[in-house]
Design a protein around this ligand. Structure first.
Ligand code: SF4
Ligand code: SF4
Length: 433
């Protein structure tokens, strides 16, 4: 083990000593509940990290159980000893990532760099991919691709995920650098909108609706040029270097512009942006700038609620709400989305029995660990079905796609609809785009 790996592992090990092995976290952990082994529980993973630091097992042996962790951080919320599981996981993933880098084949390293450094971090590339997806959806290719015999060309996981995708970004549509005035009155707030990479390319309509809602609530909205991906996917994969590189670009892009808030509409991205301060805690050149950025970051539901947003129309849906784990467990935004849903006239709200149980999406977990992700999703879908809701509201693109996948998997497309909170609020205000 190299010195750099040892340093990260040592820091992770230090965090494990708060664990008193009580096991209160086990029932909260989706992977423990679906896989039923101690090594796939928070306590088991904590012990494995300690065993690795003490030299009883290798980093390679540790990587399997750590890879299967969803990173949902539900365990942190129920831990009476305040074990910082998320921080421990992050540090360990960095050690594993650096360790694996040495033994990874040049081809695999090239592919990983291409995805994490060249695609997600470049808006132009993401937008082009979004446009290609839009053409695929709009020209009827998607329909044909899901018909027999062409559907055999799709692996099951891609077929299900593809069915769940909403309309991607049309070619030549640009948001960057645009300024949107508040509607009807003097701006109550001046906010910068964080577009995200996947959100802007694949869920573009939700971004446009978010801007409209903010305008309607009395905000002047600026889509800052130069912003990029939040870095969550890279950070969760242990690629600290790329995560810091994109975080610095975002901090620079949003800095010194007199915004009251930096608003986002994706629970996972928002959590990453909120933790930029932690990412740079040991870096004197960036820590203060990162802290300022994190303090200004808020989810759109918080701003709308703060401004007393009230939709005027009456809708008649039976709605349940699936909170994003990172919105609940990291951003600590819990009440506002539900409050906004309940404020719509005619809505019948039925809460989930276990809303804090992850849906199994977890960034790209559902692509890498498809079966494990589907096992977690099955538990979520059974909870959803028990509510008899005809609409599921989420606050994160990954959750939205995952729930849509669950609906398609259960053959419930004609009975249940999954939407982002912003889509429901826009419908309740008569806003279409
Ligand atoms: S709840 Fe906390 S202290 Fe108890 S086993 Fe889990 S991590 Fe350890
Ligand atoms: S982060 Fe989630 S999946 Fe991972 S150990 Fe904690 S509760 Fe389990």
């Amino acid at each position: 083990m190299k010195a750099e790996e040892k340093t990260h592992l040592k820091k992770a090990e230090d965090l494990t000593y708060n664990c008193v092995q009580c096991g209160y976290c086990l029932p909260a952990c989706p992977t423990y509940l679906t896989m039923k082994t101690e090594t796939q529980s928070p306590r088991g993973r904590i012990n494995l990290v300690r065993m690795t630091a003490e030299g009883h097992i290798t980093l390679d042996e540790l990587s399997g159980p750590l890879d299967l962790c969803l990173g949902c951080r539900a365990c942190e919320q129920v831990c009476p000893s305040n074990v910082q599981y998320g921080k421990m996981l992050e540090l360990t993933k960095i050690a594993i990532h650096n360790h694996k880098k040495q033994s990874t084949s040049p081809f695999r390293r090239f592919c990983e760099d291409l995805v994490f450094k060249q695609i997600f971090t470049r808006k132009k590339v993401m937008n082009k991919l979004g446009s290609l997806l839009w053409i695929y959806q709009r020209l009827g290719i998607k329909k044909v691709a899901h018909m027999k015999p062409f559907n055999r060309l799709f692996p099951e996981k891609l077929e299900l995920l593809d069915k769940g995708l909403t309309e991607a970004k049309p070619p030549f549509k640009r948001n960057d650098g645009r300024r949107y005035s508040s509607i009807g009155k003097r701006p109550a707030l001046k906010v910068a909108f964080f577009t995200g990479c996947v959100m802007e390319a694949v869920f573009h309509r939700i971004n446009l609706l978010s801007i409209r809602l903010l305008q309607k609530a009395g905000c002047e909205v600026i889509v800052v040029d130069g912003q990029t991906c939040c870095g969550a996917l890279q950070a969760h994969a242990g690629d600290e270097e790329t995560a810091k590189m994109v975080a610095k670009r975002n901090i620079e892009a949003f800095e010194d512009s007199g915004f009251d808030y930096i608003v986002n509409n994706a629970g996972g991205c928002g959590a990453m942006l909120k933790e930029y301060d932690r990412l740079f805690a040991d870096d004197p050149d960036w820590s203060e700038r990162a802290e300022r950025f994190s303090k200004k970051t808020v989810d759109i539901s918080v701003i709308l609620d703060m401004l007393g947003f009230k939709p005027e129309r009456t809708l008649s849906y039976r709605v349940t709400y699936q909170p994003s784990c990172h919105m609940t467990n990291v951003q600590k935004v819990t009440k506002e989305p539900e409050k906004l849903i309940r404020s719509i006239k005619g809505i019948e709200f039925i809460p989930l029995n276990n809303p804090n149980f992850c849906c199994g999406s977890a960034g790209i977990y559902n692509l890498i660990h498809f079966q494990e992700s589907m096992d977690v999703l099955d538990v979520k879908m059974s909870d959803i079905k028990s509510t008899k809701a005809d609409m599921i509201v989420t606050t994160n693109p990954g959750c939205l796609l995952q729930i849509k996948t669950g609906i398609a998997k259960e053959g419930l497309n004609d009975r249940i609809k999954a939407v982002h909170l912003v889509e429901l609020l826009a419908e309740a205000c008569g806003i279409n785009h």
